[in-house]
Design a protein around this ligand. Structure first.
Ligand code: ADP
Ligand code: MG
Length: 699
């Protein structure tokens, strides 16, 4: 149960004065993180200003500077009502130093007359402009008499807005919301607050919404940083509590004797890299411990995660148990099977495949063998956690390409056995700070060393104006035996349109290279996709036009040329993934990023980053800088943490502090039962980590 002191904050925003149905609707659009039942007081409070207007400057008219907000004392000299309906209403005002024109479009004449009575003194506040050699102010933000001036805030916060809301209205609501913030005990360490010059929780909210200086609302200022830290700490505490809970749900020690792993290793045409060896040591230690494993294996495309997964699986099979490997797409699942099967069967491990395509008798038989323990490693897609899939003794679940699956699915697979150890693999390099915030509940191994013998990919930016030249170049490459991927643009996130674009390009290329071009996209039937990829692998159609279905995991070492059409439309991480489809064999590879101008600043930065480096971790950091963390994780879809106030690109350093802080707090007070612990429970509720608080009670 939530502490009743917090109730006013979780009351509906409609309880605030001035929030009718129309405003409530606009607020719901403004605050998409609010629950479906509508925004609450807390949602308004955590909607931080994006800036502030300083109205303290009080120049004379002659001292006004174009574009600089000022509040000027003036006499009303003359009204010039519009002569046509489209012309503006003008009012000439003056002081001892000169005159200025106030301009109002589509104004109600009666309203303007009342606002600016002839001959009276008024204070107008806004941004002046120079127009035709004279000073004017279009729609001043404020026109005030002496009483109004006394109430004018010196600094006004400005907010991210949606249609139907104004800065003034949001600011008023925030003011009303502030009055509902109760006195709460401090949950942060006082020494930490003092060292960082952080205000208290309530004071921080007041500073943000009632700023006295423009810097009060700065993203890296003490007020917002304090609140961001609150949020990061709540997140870290919650992750740790969840993890502690998982750990308490007793694990099982699974120890292999190395007999299968050794056979597999000696069947490999290469030696493991140091990074692969270290990751395996960590995984085997986890498997052998009485606690459950929850480990993230992070490694750039081509860093060799698959072999690590296979050897981990071999360890549990040596102990007489089973393993599962779940891939996000059918293509990928089949590919895993193709890679793993020869190695596994050389060691006597029994591998099988289960996707949505296995049906009827075949599927029933497979499930029976699985339940009897006649399958050691089951590779598949989502189909693995269908209800009727039962293992004899599942001990390890490997989930490939984590970000395509939600946390819920990860758990569903883990529930197919007793205390299943979970290994999550991702090829999207994630910056350190994000590893902590999004995957802080996991241990972490990184394959930060590429297998030897890879030649760098020659990446070039080519204008789409030079399409004909590009087609000529791939023609020459194909004559020399190259395999070429041609990836088509993402059109407005619409799969149908993507497919249309790919079909068009396929048609055009097929005219130039008859019988030599294949096509693969997400709307094709599984068998057709396989056939298209197979013709590409065999060299029958050495050019493969594709949508982003090939983004994840497709492994054709013979492919050496990657063309990405309209590269400016793809995200950095996605481009990196796509490029990773080449450069997988011994031959040197080329990636052509076909762009169409004009390029925006970020699009240009993205393409240049990609041209200049192949290091996934560098690319990930750059991506974070360019996009911010929410998008980077595709947070909404993946169910990973979304922060209201914390911005990794700004408060990233604090993520680590919060991580360590949470560890220390829980090591001293694992159930948050002391005084500070009780205050921290309030914090968990405030940032809606309620599930974590419930775990505390259960434990
Ligand atoms: P990813 O991490 O992208 O899943 P893969 O596991 O598909 O990478 O490995 C990419 C390629 O590198 C495969 O062809 C694999 O056989 C090869 N490979 C893996 N480990 C090594 C190694 N230690 N030395 C040389 N090649 C390796
Ligand atoms: Mg892989």
């Amino acid at each position: 149960m939530r502490d009743s002191r917090l109730d006013p904050l979780f009351a509906a925003a409609t309880a605030l004065p001035g929030v009718g149905p129309k405003v409530a609707k606009a607020l719901a659009r403004l605050l998409p993180d609010a629950p479906e039942t509508g925004p609450r007081v807390i949602d308004i409070l955590t909607h931080a200003p994006s800036g502030a207007v300083d109205r303290r400057a009080r120049p004379t008219i002659s001292e006004l500077v174009a574009g600089q907000v000022a509040t000027v004392e003036v006499q009303v000299e003359r009204h010039q009502p519009p002569r046509s309906t489209r012309a503006p209403y003008r009012v000439v005002v003056a002081d001892a130093t000169g005159a200025m024109t106030l301009v109002f479009f589509r104004a109600n004449a009666g309203y303007i007359e009342k606002l600016l009575p002839f001959g009276e003194t008024r204070w107008v506040s806004g941004a002046p402009e120079l127009f035709d050699g004279s000073v004017q102010m279009v729609h001043p933000a404020h026109v005030l008499d002496a009483a109004g001036l006394a109430k004018l805030p010196a600094v006004e916060p400005t907010y991210p807005l949606v249609e139907g809301l104004t800065h003034g209205l949001v600011s008023k609501l925030a003011g009303a919301a502030l009055e509902r913030v109760p006195e709460l005990p401090e949950w942060q360490d006082p020494a930490f607050l003092a060292a960082r010059d952080f205000p208290g929780f309530r004071e921080a909210l007041e500073t943000l919404h009632l700023p006295r200086r423009p810097q009060d609302v700065a993203q890296d200022g003490p007020a917002l940083t304090r609140l961001a830290y609150d949020e990061l700490l709540a997140n870290q505490l919650a992750l740790r509590l969840v993890r502690a809970q998982m750990r308490r749900g007793a694990g099982r020690a699974t120890r292999g004797d190395g007999r299968l792993s050794r056979k597999i290793e000696s069947a490999l045409p290469f030696a493991l890299t140091g990074a692969q060896g270290r990751a395996l040591d960590a995984i085997r230690a986890d498997l052998g411990a009485e606690q459950r494993m929850l480990r993230l294996l992070q490694g750039d495309v081509g860093s060799g995660k698959t072999v690590v997964a296979l050897l981990a699986a071999a360890t549990v099979v040596e102990a007489g148990r089973q393993a599962a490997l779940m891939a996000p797409t059918e293509i990928l699942a089949r590919q895993h099977l193709a890679t793993l099967e020869p190695l596994a069967s050389a060691a006597g491990m029994r591998v099988a495949l289960l996707t949505g395509r296995e049906k009827g008798r075949e599927r029933a038989e497979l499930l029976m063998r699985l339940e009897n323990g006649e399958i050691d490693l089951l590779v598949g897609t989502h189909a693995l956690f269908q209800d009727d899939v039962a293992f004899r003794d599942l001990a390890l679940a490997v989930v490939d390409e984590q970000h395509k699956f939600g946390v819920r699915q990860r758990l569903a697979l883990a529930q197919k056995g007793v205390a299943v150890d979970v290994l999550v693999m991702t090829a999207t390099p994630i910056p350190r700070t994000l590893v902590l915030t999004a995957f802080g509940d996991m241990d972490h191994s990184a394959l930060d060393e590429k297998p030897p013998g890879r030649t760098p990919i020659d990446t070039r930016l080519v204008s789409l104006d030079r399409l004909d030249e590009t087609v000529g170049a791939i023609g020459r490459a194909v004559e020399k035996g190259a395999r070429v991927y041609w990836v088509c643009p993402l059109v407005e996130q619409s799969e149908t349109l993507d497919v249309a674009a790919a079909e068009d390009r396929f048609g055009a290329l097929a005219e130039v290279f008859p019988g030599r071009v294949g096509l693969v996209h997400g709307k094709m039937k599984g068998a057709d996709k396989d056939a298209a990829v197979a013709r590409f692998v065999s060299g029958e159609t050495p050019i493969l036009v594709a949508t982003t279905v090939i983004e994840v995991g497709v492994n054709v070492p013979e492919a050496t040329v990657m063309v990405i059409e309209h590269a400016e439309r793809f995200g950095l991480a996605q481009l990196h993934q796509l490029r990773g489809r080449v450069g997988r064999g011994a031959g040197s590879s080329t990636c052509l990023l076909l762009w169409k101008g004009p390029l925006g600043e970020t699009a240009k930065a993205r393409l240049e980053t990609l041209r200049d480096t192949e290091d996934g971790f560098v690319i990930a950091e750059k991506d974070l800088e360019l996009r911010g963390e929410g998008e980077l994780l595709g947070a909404r879809q993946s169910g990973a943490a979304v922060f209201r106030l914390a911005r990794m690109e700004i408060h990233g350093e604090l993520a680590r502090v919060a991580h360590d802080d949470a560890g220390l707090i829980l090591s001293r007070d694992p159930y948050l039962s002391g005084d500070r612990g009780q205050a921290l429970r309030l914090l968990l509720h405030l940032f809606e980590r309620d599930a974590a608080v419930r775990l505390l009670r259960a434990g």
